[in-house]
Design a protein around this ligand. Structure first.
Ligand SMILES: [Zn+2]
Length: 258
């Protein structure tokens, strides 16, 4: 299975044409380039999403092809911190939309977008809606930490609000995926206090939506508790997510996700 070709861009055009069929699933990981505190690299979201789809595509039984990851997303709320790069909403939205329209031009019916950054969620939903409403193209959109919210919360060691941004979840995953890039000497946390209508973080109370730059909440850019992170948690979660995504990919190929 390991020598299965899953990389769209490594095919020659004529080979790809004869390889793809109505069932082929094409997966796009959409990440970001943004600060993740003093302990995780800017590429964190992109790494997590791309490594998940890469391993899941290798494991899937059906034909699954992955595109190179979209390494930059919508991150204006991180721009107060050095290194963050953001696209404007229209640029990001058009970028993803044009990729899907191009895949459709090559008769790819099954497009799956795996998102790993909170700031992308609203725009990606709109893109998917627009593709369906105006282009008769029907991608499936998944944000990984919502898809696996139950499994992730079961593994949680920190208090509510601890998973967050550069918190327990991302730090655990990166301790497993990119241990050399995690600065374990610099783990500083910040669970932001829950208020009546809103608590910043992952799996927290968000009865209202509001926009605030990250610097409003944190001087170091962390919302969550990275000190609760464990490599073993990262490994366990990653392996479950890969397995589950491989089932999702196969189900999409077999028309079971319509
Ligand atoms: Zn992140």
């Amino acid at each position: 299975m390991k020598n299965k070709n899953i990389y769209w861009v490594k095919f020659k055009s004529n080979e790809l044409k004869s390889y793809i069929d109505d069932k082929t699933v094409v997966v796009i990981a959409v990440g970001s380039c943004e600060q993740h505190g003093f302990h995780l690299p800017l590429e964190t979201d992109t790494t997590i999403g791309y490594r998940l789809i890469e391993e899941a595509a290798l494991l899937a039984k059906e034909k699954v092809l992955i595109l190179p990851p979209i390494w930059v997303g919508y991150s204006p709320h991180h721009m107060d911190f050095c290194g963050s790069i953001t696209l404007r909403q229209a640029t990001f939205s058009n970028f993803v939309l044009d990729i899907c329209v191009s895949l459709d031009a090559h008769k790819i019916k099954n497009i799956l977008i795996i998102n790993s950054h909170g700031g992308n969620v609203g725009i990606l939903r709109t893109v998917v809606d627009e593709l369906g409403a105006s282009h008769n193209i029907y991608p499936i959109l998944v944000t990984y930490y919502n898809y696996f919210s139950e499994i992730i919360q079961k593994a949680q060691r920190s208090q509510k609000g601890g998973m967050g941004h550069a918190g327990e979840l991302e730090t655990s995953l990166q301790l497993y995926l990119s241990p050399d890039l995690v600065d374990t000497e610099n783990l500083m946390g910040g669970i932001i206090e829950a208020k009546k209508y809103f608590q910043p973080g992952m799996f927290t109370n968000k009865r209202i939506h509001q926009y605030r730059p990250f610097s409003h909440y944190s001087d170091i850019g962390v919302i969550g508790e990275p000190r609760a992170a464990l490599k073993s948690t990262g490994k366990e979660l990653f392996q479950i997510m890969v397995q589950e995504f491989s089932y999702l990919f196969d189900d999409i190929a077999n028309g079971l996700a319509n």
